[in-house]
Design a protein around this ligand. Sequence first.
Ligand code: AGP
Length: 630
Amino acid sequence: MCGIVGYVGPRKIVPVILEGLRRLEYRGYDSAGIVYLQDGKVMKHRAAGKLSQLEAIIDDAIVAPSHIGLGHTRWATHGAPTKENAHPHSDCSGNLVVVHNGIIENYHSLRVELQAKGHRFSSETDTEVLAHLIEEYLVVPSPSETDAGSAAPVLTDALVSAVRRALERVEGSYALGVLWAGQPDTLIAVRNHSPLVLGVEDGHGSFLASDIPALLPFTNQVIFLEDLELAILTADTRRFYSLESGAEISKEVKVIEWNAAMAEKGGYRHFMLKEIFEQPQSIINTVSGRIDLETGAVELPEMHLGADDLQKIDRIFLVACGTSWHSALVAKYWIEHWAGIPVEVDIASEFRYRRLLINERVLTVAISQSGETADTLAGIRLAKKLGSKIVTICNVVGSTMTREADGTVYTHAGPEIGVASTKAFTAQLAALFLFTLYLGEQRKTISPEKRRELGQALIGIAQVIETELPRLQEEIRELVDRYYDCRDFLFVGRGLNFPIALEGALKLKEISYIHAEGYAAGELKHGPIALIDKDMPVLALVPQDSVYQKSISNVEEIKARSGRLILLGTQGDTHLRTITDDVISLPHVHEEMNPILYTIPAQLLAYEIAIRRGCDVDQPRNLAKSVTVE
Ligand code: AGP
């Protein structure tokens, strides 16, 4: 929901922080700030609005002779997106500063207590409470206690002790960076239920960040903090402690296979467009090496669940949010059809609040691009408590979900920066189809011949998308002038196409702000058809598949009521142009692959309409890429 970044090391601090914030802006962008130490003084710059507003006031600070600091880009939870509420936040002295991602649930009672003790607040945020609470517990050692020989450890101990005592009082989630003028060569990093990753640059330079892209311009050597772990960072040292016991712990440095260019626009106008066009490659990267097209054998070694485990499973729960929930809806059709296992699909924020009939015979699969979505995380923790094995389908190596699950099937889509998920979604579908084939192989419900056929279809869809993307973009662009100023939109589909109708509607609404709804085509006559008139555009997915005739009947019902139709259908289906002029034709592919293929024009339509409306496609209003608060 917010992006935090910090650095201490040989580099000049301001360019490092700004570069890190640029790569985290997709996490939240309603205000931003930076703080650094210069000649022992705390220098702070903050601005409401996007990061560019902060950059506009930095001026000659860009070359400030400082090598330690913190930065923050905000998605407001408590307090309006103003300069006063922008992070970093300070204690009364102004010498202790924090940046925070998460929610301090008991901030109000703590604020009242601290104000009663004389602390003066300058913002409406929950975060500022942390700065004053650490200040309250910070016992600055006397000069005699910090003689020249032992000053650093004593001061650091005092700071760490104050941070630990403060966080003992806190209920809620935090990824926290702390800087104190009293210990000018040290940053403190702490995490609990909000993502926080550390970076190491060839031993000389320590970073903290909410997400990996902020580190990539400088290093791909990362250390993932777990919940309730604290790190003490200096330019050349990194020490780690359990926040609860205070015991020192060791942490492993991991090398991330991503590079900075992968998190750049690469000549595209927007990240979203780049990521739409990356889909053939991300599908290939997700599938390659995991299915033998000769034998039909599927290899998912990181899942850590074999035939014995899977034979015991008599139900599968798929749990996710947003676009990832749509991929779960598609997977339900696939798994039940091909693996013969009953599947329940839950929106994570609902899953958590109903009586769950889950036990060790249930497999819970969490689907998440970020691996940090708070509701989905809470869901798998609940399912685990009830005895279920957990598998996650995830795009971020080392993310919280992948470290808490029993097994993971990674989508190798690379960093997805656009807030509206595109390549991660189709990579999730590819991974879920592989997962289906794996289940069928392990439970002997799909013959090797059929697995070969389906595996070929999956590999082949990437090539089809690669070939069709340029034409689809051109044809969609021709539609836009007739639809960009609509106030409402319906998307309808049947069977495997119904979740894609939902996804198309979500794409359109979240980046163009047009009210759009997805419906099961057969559901129209049970109410929504009342909305149909000459002003109501309806995009219908009508590939020539096993439900084609029924879908065409639905389309005729819409036409009979003067609805404005856009049809996504199969090349050569001449009937479609007898219904409407606005037809986007797609190649005939294996029916199971239609959900992946038909997503592409829906993504392009949302993108082109949003552009035509002058919307900020990569950073839509009110949204954030990873919803790490409940
Ligand atoms: C998708 O376009 C949205 N940005 C959003 O619905 C997203 O899919 C949802 O927040 C889930 O995120 P996750 O996949 O990282 O868990």
